[in-house]
Design a protein around this ligand. Structure first.
Ligand code: NAD
Ligand code: WQD
Length: 350
């Protein structure tokens, strides 16, 4: 019997490629749709090398309604994992219309085509950013959403609300809102990982690019936060654990309806200075850094209470910070220029 297909929008990107790998390894049939605006075809080639299968890939945009309708009519899709999104906080402040058009309108299109094709299972990539500046940590889902501090974050909150309205209007919808904390790490093979275009803004890519010599020194934004050492505290989570959360959410969706919200984090927070010290200890590389003023929009600290995902999905993050750093560094050091590095490395992989 033919297996049903899971459509993965944005599946050539950082989290999407790791999730595609996890789903394929779990025996699922996947179809990746990506416009390659922040990724490249090479990530799909590497997925094929890792899985020894052909990965169905369509280069295209979720804002293209006709393309989406064609995809749903040609493939036997029963669920969608929706990663496709612009994600730079900084650029969203400069170009808010691009962010609302791509993220919000793209999701609207996707939902229209899904409804027409009677596909009602959807996993959405949300973010801890929807909590805004949280009144307390750890953050539980029932804290309620707050005020995101930038247009990117507001697109995530708007989409959560749009999807909630949709599920209220029609009980056939089964939607998971997965609120990620700070995803880092890479697959242990070192063949797929995070490959930001241009200068990275997230901490881990900045750290690994300083270590590899692409950036001369790390800038630490703020030293006077009310935290353990004055620098911001975040809940970093291994991208492979995150991918596993998508597999479990997909399984849960098929047996439920309505909207379910799950935090995906480890429950442990690390400050920026602790991240630098841990990175140095794990890799043996000294990271030159200097302090700069606080970065606009940063909150002092945030980490998850992910016990709801534990109870309801049987999911918990398994990989510790050392593992996250080892895997991030393997990816970066084997691929100094990301996917543009050549030749394609051939790593031993269990
Ligand atoms: P990414 O940029 O690596 O992946 C997103 C992918 O979507 C890219 O491959 C890009 O080319 C594609 N894309 C963008 N717009 C598209 C469109 N209109 N049509 C088709 N494809 C399109 O980002 P990521 O880190 O893998 O993030 C995946 C999702 O998780 C995003 O929705 C992001 O907002 C969300 N998220 C990320 C983080 C994080 O820190 N990485 C945290 C919380 C939530
Ligand atoms: C972490 C800490 C920085 C870079 C962002 C988005 C959020 C989500 C994840 C998608 C902060 C500090 C960073 C540097 C530094 N994305 N830092 N020097 O800001 O928690 O979350 O990415 O949904 O929406 O806002 O992550 O990795 O950018 O920063 O000192 O060069 O590292 O100030 O305290 P953040 P981050």
């Amino acid at each position: 019997m033919l297996r049903k297909t899971t459509l993965i929008t944005g599946g050539a990107g950082f989290i999407g490629s790791h999730t595609a790998l996890t789903l394929i390894n779990a025996g699922q049939q996947v179809l990746v749709l990506d416009n390659l605006s922040n990724s490249c075809r090479e990530s799909i080639t590497r997925l094929e090398q890792l899985t020894h299968t052909r990965v169905e890939f369509i280069e295209g945009d979720v804002r293209n309604q006709k393309l989406l309708d064609d995809i749903f009519s040609h493939f036997d899709i029963d669920a969608v994992v929706h990663f496709a999104s612009l994600k730079s906080v900084e650029q969203s402040v400069r170009n808010p219309l691009d962010y609302y058009a791509n993220n919000v309108a793209g999701t609207l299109n996707l939902c229209r085509s899904m409804a027409r094709a009677k596909v009602f299972n959807l996993v959405f990539s949300s973010s801890a950013t929807v909590y805004g500046d949280p009144a307390r940590t750890p953050i539980l889902e029932d804290l309620g959403t707050g005020k995101p501090t930038n247009p990117y974050g507001r697109t995530k909150l708007m989409i959560e609300e749009l999807l909630t309205d949709l599920a209220t209007s029609d009980p056939r919808w089964s939607i998971a809102l997965l609120r990620y904390f700070n995803p880092i790490g890479a697959h242990e093979s070192g063949m797929i990982g995070e490959d930001p275009t241009g200068k990275p803004s997230n901490l881990l890519p900045c750290l690994t690019q300083v270590a590899i010599g692409r950036i001369p020194e790390l800038t630490v934004y703020g030293s006077d936060y009310p935290t353990v050492d004055g620098t911001c505290v975040r809940d970093y989570i291994h991208v492979v654990d995150l991918a596993d959360g998508h597999l479990k959410a997909l399984q849960a969706l098929r047996d439920s309806s309505g909207v379910n919200v799950w935090n995906l984090g480890t429950g442990v927070g690390y400050s920026v200075l602790q991240m630098i010290r841990n990175f140095e200890a794990v890799t043996g590389i000294t990271i030159p850094f200097q302090f700069a003023p606080r970065r606009a929009g940063d909150i002092a600290q945030c980490w998850a209470d992910a016990s709801k995902a534990g109870r309801e999905l049987g999911w918990a993050a398994e990989r510790d910070l050392e593992r996250m750093i080892v895997d991030s560094w393997r990816w970066q050091s084997h691929n100094p220029l990301g996917y543009r590095s050549s030749p394609v490395p051939q790593f031993a992989h269990k």
